[in-house]
Design a protein around this ligand. Structure first.
Ligand code: IPE
Ligand code: IPE
Ligand code: MG
Length: 249
């Protein structure tokens, strides 16, 4: 646990985590502390996505996955859900020139069919407009749930078996990974580092398969307060860990 008040540590440039995933939590509490409506926290959180995207890209991170809306977040009041659904339209509308200037490629994973048309169109346009970029992948999880992802993958694999194009004995880890929503990330699909802000220490249905050997860092900092210095501190923690993957070092 750390805050950005600590001295910014030095990072080993040779061991920057290739894929960083962030559960961006604490927008509501950030607003409440300021006697503001929850949506003010979401607005500030969206502004911070821009800051952290640029910082991550410049640090040499290859893929940044951001949990923006879970399959469980529909349980929130309509007014909050509607606001959250409007954010991608704002975000991509304003930030696209900078994303292109940064050579960032946008991916959006989740059940996009269930999103309001404007939200889905903004996501699809962002992916199309940055498809040729070769820099960092900015991968949003939007209407994403790890169990939903595994359910859909299971259905697709079962259909292939039923159609006679897949032998059940041939189903490998790679078969499963290829049916997950992170498949467009290729070899980067599994996060090296998972960060969750706001002090909660749980996964909340995020990347259940892909997190098998991710390093996890939890910080009490609320997402709108998460700075590039806090990101650097989280990566320093990551670099201090010994990743054994079940073996011996
Ligand atoms: C994270 O902030 C954003 C989303 C889940 C959409 P929260 O809205 O969960 O903020 P808290 O946890 O209530 O503070
Ligand atoms: C997880 O945060 C989802 C996102 C950050 C998008 P939540 O605030 O929805 O998670 P819980 O309800 O505290 O587990
Ligand atoms: Mg929350």
């Amino acid at each position: 646990m750390f805050t950005d008040k600590e001295v910014t540590p030095q990072l080993d440039p040779a061991r920057i985590p290739a894929h960083v995933a962030i559960i961006m939590d604490g927008n509501g509490r950030w607003a409440k502390k300021r006697f503001l409506p929850r949506i003010a926290g979401h607005k500030q959180g969206m502004e911070n996505v821009k800051t952290i995207t640029k910082a991550a890209s410049r640090m040499g991170i290859k893929a940044l996955t951001l949990y923006a809306f879970s399959t469980e977040n529909w349980k929130r009041p309509d007014s909050e859900v509607n606001y959250l659904m409007s954010l991608p339209v704002d975000f991509f509308g304003v930030f696209m020139p900078e994303l292109i200037a940064e050579n960032v490629r946008v991916q959006v994973m989740g059940e996009l069919e269930a999103l309001p048309a404007k939200t889905r169109q903004a996501a699809q346009a962002a992916m199309a407009d940055t498809a040729k970029n070769t820099g960092m992948i900015l991968n949003f999880a939007l209407n994403y749930g790890g169990r939903d992802e595994l359910r859909l993958a299971t259905q697709a694999i079962a259909r292939a078996v039923q159609a006679g194009t897949l032998d059940p004995a041939a189903i490998s880890d790679d078969t499963i990974a290829a049916h997950l929503m992170t498949a467009p990330l290729g070899p980067l699909a599994d996060p090296d580092l998972l960060i969750r802000t706001s002090g909660e220490e749980r996964i909340s249905n995020f990347l259940l398969w892909q997190l098998a050997y991710s390093e996890m860092v939890f910080t009490p900092v609320l997402w709108p307060d998460f700075t590039p210095a806090v990101l650097t501190a989280a990566i320093a923690q990551y670099q201090s860990r010994d990743r054994r993957f079940g073996g011996l070092h």
